[in-house]
Design a protein around this ligand. Structure first.
Ligand code: IPE
Ligand code: IPE
Ligand code: MG
Length: 238
């Protein structure tokens, strides 16, 4: 994940979906799908690094996912803890910075502590960025940004007329991160499910029927290859 190469997306956002269906198809408990999905995460982090992608955002847990059965949520939180414990050394080896977007304070205290530790330990790294969306919702993010902006207006630090698109972008969870160029959704669902609503405005969308636990480097490469041939116009006529 370093200097940008032609036609390589600088930022890839991945909607990791289909873990439950993968397990169901195999007659396994849903958590087995999440477990195998963690292997896909490792594969994709490596694949993005090798391809020269600078930012990788992974939608791991939505603000709406809290309605799932307690047992499944507990299993997911345990997997997140294991993922951090087992992969921290690889972030250091590759000088990858870990970040989180979402309402991190919703997460169990132990997970928050671990996340904060790894975030702090990797914050100077510039070779790549791994951004985990946890208790993340696009609307929640815009609500949080709006509240911050309103506080500044109330305090007299900002005039309402001064609020621009840039002001909103500046108050999102990771304001310095460029918008995703490519959004990949696995398991064939054609919807955004509250993912990066502001930031995906001009992203190229790629939906594959492959379920997340089966997604590996060749599938990532197929998405990157397709992206390389897309014609991004941004409203222009080229
Ligand atoms: C994605 O897989 C992982 C999370 C939402 C945490 P799902 O658990 O949504 O799997 P499906 O969509 O039910 O197959
Ligand atoms: C939500 O996916 C976000 C993640 C992949 C973590 P869902 O599986 O919850 O989305 P819906 O419910 O199918 O829209
Ligand atoms: Mg799903």
């Amino acid at each position: 994940m370093s200097d940008s190469r032609p036609n390589v997306p600088r930022h890839v956002a991945i909607f990791m979906d289909g873990n439950g269906r993968w397990a169901q198809q195999k007659g396994l408990p849903r958590i087995k799908g999440h477990e195998t999905g963690a292997e896909s995460v490792r594969a994709v982090v490596r694949g993005c690094r090798d391809a020269g992608v600078e930012y990788l955002t992974l939608y791991a847990f939505s603000v709406e996912n809290w309605v799932r059965p307690r047992e499944e949520i507990g299993g997911l939180m345990k997997l997140l803890r294991l993922f951090l414990e087992n992969n921290e050394h690889e972030l250091h080896e590759n000088k990858v910075r870990l970040r989180v977007i979402g309402r991190m304070s919703d997460l169990p205290a132990l997970i928050q502590r671990k996340l904060k530790k790894v975030i702090a330990a990797t914050k100077e790294y510039t070779a790549g960025n791994l951004i985990l969306a946890l208790s993340y919702g696009g609307r929640a993010e815009l609500v949080d940004a709006t509240q911050q902006i309103a506080r500044k207006v109330k305090a007299g630090e900002l005039e309402p007329e001064e609020i621009s698109g840039q002001t909103i972008a500046d108050h999102l969870y990771a304001p310095d991160v460029p918008d995703p160029d490519l959004m990949i959704r696995t398991s064939g669902e054609m919807r955004l499910s509250n993912f990066l609503l502001w930031q995906l405005s001009y992203a190229e969308l790629y939906v594959t029927d492959v379920l997340w636990p089966d997604f590996r480097e060749p599938h990532l490469q197929a998405a990157l290859d397709e992206y390389a041939h897309r014609n991004r116009r941004f409203g222009d006529i080229k």
